[in-house]
Ligand binder design. Structure first.
Ligand code: FMN
Length: 167
């Protein structure tokens, strides 16, 4: 085996599942941040984890309001994944700027894109410093799924976004 850097490791785990971390700004508008660093952490009770870089506006929002929805996007949102991952909600209304059609869910005021395969409504219960990121451990409240929507994954690390089954 050849030795590589950790930043190159996602190339070897592709396709990598992608999410939007959906939160609400103090203005009531929605914010969406693209994340690759997330996973399930417990099933009983349900817990999920994700890691947020220290420059993210989402980090500030979650320090005040612990509520979050983790949305697994459909393939039509491949462009929005890049756009929401390279701009900040601090100075941009991403939903409006990138023309993302949204939908309401039960049990939360936070909206998610219409083209969402899986939505996990959760609240942050603990954070752990992880150097350039902060790990967020969340309690799952509700989970919604739409099996007709095909999820988008990161290929070649995060170099390309497409469905897991390349047709
Ligand atoms: C493909 C891709 C994957 C990303 N994964 C993460 C991640 O796992 N954690 C993270 O903190 N930021 C990740 N980012 C960067 C954030 O999406 C970016 O910092 C964004 O501006 C945060 O938005 P916000 O400032 O509105 O919170 C990723 C970006 C892209 C394009």
């Amino acid at each position: 085996m050849k030795e590589i850097k950790i930043a190159q490791a996602p190339v070897f785990t592709s396709p990598n599942p992608m999410i939007f971390i959906c939160t609400q700004k103090p203005t009531g508008k929605m914010n969406m941040a693209t994340l690759a660093f997330w996973t399930y952490a417990s099933t009983n009770p349900g817990k999920v984890v994700f890691s947020l870089n220290k420059g993210a506006y989402t980090l500030e929002l979650l320090a005040k309001n612990k509520e979050v929805v983790i949305a697994v996007p459909g393939v039509s949102l491949a462009g929005a994944l890049i756009a929401c991952g390279t701009s900040s909600g601090r100075d941009t209304d991403k939903v409006e700027k990138f023309g993302v059609a949204m939908q309401k869910l039960g049990g939360t005021d936070i909206e998610v894109p219409k083209d969402t395969r899986l939505a996990i409504v959760a609240s942050v219960c603990e954070t752990v410093d992880a150097d350039d990121h902060v790990l967020h451990i969340c309690n799952v409240k509700n989970v919604y799924a739409e099996e007709s929507i095909e999820a988008v994954f990161g290929w070649n690390g995060y170099g390309e976004f497409a469905a897991a089954r390349k047709k």
